[in-house]
Design a protein around this ligand. Structure first.
Ligand code: ADP
Ligand code: MG
Length: 513
């Protein structure tokens, strides 16, 4: 569409008015003579009058820079046509600019659509052919545009000639191009200074910016594909990302379990080994919950554990939760050393414990409560557990304290013990009570499971602890247990130090130090 004088086509008379594409305005007819009606002059006047009434806002816009003062002499149709033309051209130019930018990217050799531009009087002085430059006029932190080299490649004359390869011009352009780096890439406020970056420095920066972008995309993708971050707070998320970033973990695939006190994730181990440890191909990440509601139920385990006693009083709740993780790590290590099947500790970071995964291909081994074992396997499992409880007590000096079919996994034809953050030493003020409870859980489970030779909880307790409590009913048995614990506590009070363990021989029980 060109700048056409629409007014020239505007024929006079009512016929034209009824066909007018801008609509037929309602105007009260003015009575006049036939000669007046035939007058072209009058027709034109009437037309203008009508149009002014119909498009008042258009007239207001026409006070823009491109029609100044002349609109009284210009028919309004011409003006409209010009405006439309201008709008069209502006859009066309913007589209050209976008295409230029898309095609050129960051390439050193760029093509230009300059020759195809529609140039308008009011923007013909804009030098936007340098696509690297944005409008800097209103940004006080940005330097003025540098002088750009015209398309012929040089400016000036004779010895004052400046080519586009000029060091200063190039340096400035390079600085400006830093704006094209990913938004999160920190370039400082160099863009606001008259900084000249050499090509070498610029290329190194560009390379770095791209690799940063790729790395963040990789992290982002991992984050997107993982349900992990929904279950943990931002600080924990950061800890987990750091594990991926350091190469210790390859990827965190998802959540295995959300319990009251912890959330457990599955992860694939990375390639980097830490402290001479080889990372297992599959890992479990146990995140101890940092919300404090649940920990109250458990503080008796840790408060009275002599290993943490000195620290307990001085610590804030967040640190106490870290101690749960620390406790699980120490206990697992003891168990590992005794050869008890359990997860292997990989790493502890604050309240996040990474250990080997019991299971395969992201599928965790089933809990004993969820698996249907043959009577043969059931019997085997029972004997294995009896053995493990003895090892735990004697070799690791530990009582599981939450032993049940929920914390035993069936994997590779054997039972694996997990969840030992609450495990305590037998000399813990409630250690023997915890052991008795464990024994009851185990006995009941295997009794129900049809294992004929299963010991009752009192027999099991004696078999594990080596103590010889003779009470033949549960109430008396528990009383004796509590009496033993009381003797232990008194000893601590009187001697100011803990006993190493309960004696495994003698009746009544004695202590050795
Ligand atoms: P909680 O204190 O929440 O019970 P657990 O240590 O028992 O924490 O872990 C919860 C669940 O996560 C377990 O029942 C088990 O299914 C799974 N799990 C924990 N550790 C591992 C591991 N190392 N390998 C495979 N699964 C695990
Ligand atoms: Mg558990």
């Amino acid at each position: 569409m060109d700048s056409v004088g629409v007014a020239a086509d505007a024929g006079p008379g009512p016929a034209w008015r009824s066909k007018c594409p801008w609509g037929a305005p309602n105007t009260t007819s003015i009575s006049c003579s036939l000669a007046d009606v035939m007058s072209e002059q009058l027709a034109k006047e009437l037309q203008l009058e009508e149009e002014n009434a119909a498009f008042p806002e258009v007239v207001a816009v026409a006070e823009g820079p491109f029609i100044t003062g002349e609109n009284t002499d210009t028919s309004s149709d011409l003006m409209l046509a010009q405006m439309l033309q201008m709008e069209f051209d502006r859009e066309y130019d913007a589209q050209l600019r976008r295409e230029e930018k898309k095609i050129n990217g960051d390439s050193k050799v760029s093509i230009s659509f300059e020759n195809y531009r529609k140039v308008h009087p009011y923007d013909s002085d804009s030098s936007e052919d340098e696509v690297d430059w944005q409008d800097t006029r209103h940004d006080p932190y940005r330097a003025d545009k540098p002088t750009t080299t015209p398309r012929r490649g040089f400016i000036g004359k004779g010895k004052d000639i400046t080519t586009k390869h000029d060091e200063v011009v190039c340096g400035r352009k390079n600085t400006a191009r830093m704006e094209n780096f990913a938004p999160e890439f920190q370039v400082g406020d160099g863009i606001g200074m008259d900084l000249k970056l050499s090509n070498q420095v610029f290329n190194a920066l560009k390379q770095h910016a791209y690799s940063e972008e790729r790395r963040s995309a990789r992290l982002h993708e991992k984050k997107e594909h993982s349900t992990a971050e929904k279950a943990v707070d931002p600080k924990t998320r950061l800890l987990m990302y750091k594990m991926i970033n350091s190469g210790m973990l390859e990827t965190i695939t998802g959540c295995i379990s959300t319990g009251k006190e912890s959330v457990v994730f599955h992860a694939y181990g990375g390639e980097s080994a830490t402290e001479d440890k080889v990372i297992p191909p599959e890992c479990a990440i146990k995140v101890f919950k940092t919300t404090l509601n649940e920990f109250k139920n458990r503080d008796k385990y840790i408060k009275d554990d002599y290993r943490f006693k000195d620290r307990f009083g001085r610590l804030n709740p967040r640190k106490i939760i870290r101690m749960w993780a620390e406790k699980e790590m120490h206990n697992l290590t003891r168990m590992q050393n005794a050869g008890i099947p359990c997860p292997k500790v990989v790493l502890l970071k604050k309240h996040v414990l990474v250990m080997s995964f019991i299971g395969q291909d992201q599928v965790p081994a089933p809990k004993l409560k969820d698996v249907t074992l043959s009577s043969e396997d059931m019997k085997k499992a029972y004997h294995q557990i009896l053995n493990m409880m003895q090892q735990l007590y004697k070799e690791c000096n530990l009582v599981h304290a939450d032993l049940s079919e929920y914390n035993m996994l069936w994997h590779d034809g054997k039972v694996w013990l997990i969840d030992v953050s609450q495990s305590v030493e037998p000399t813990h003020p409630h250690g023997l009570e915890f052991l008795f409870r464990d024994c009851r859980n185990v006995s009941q489970f295997f009794q129900k499971g049809g294992v004929a030779e299963v010991l009752n909880e009192r027999e099991l307790f004696n078999a594990v602890s080596g103590l010889n409590i003779t009470a033949d009913n549960e109430v008396d048995f528990q009383e004796e247990i509590e009496a033993l614990e009381k003797m232990n506590e008194d000893h601590v009070q009187n001697h100011g130090k803990k006993l190493s363990r309960f004696s495994s021989s003698g009746d009544p029980p004695i202590y050795d130090e």
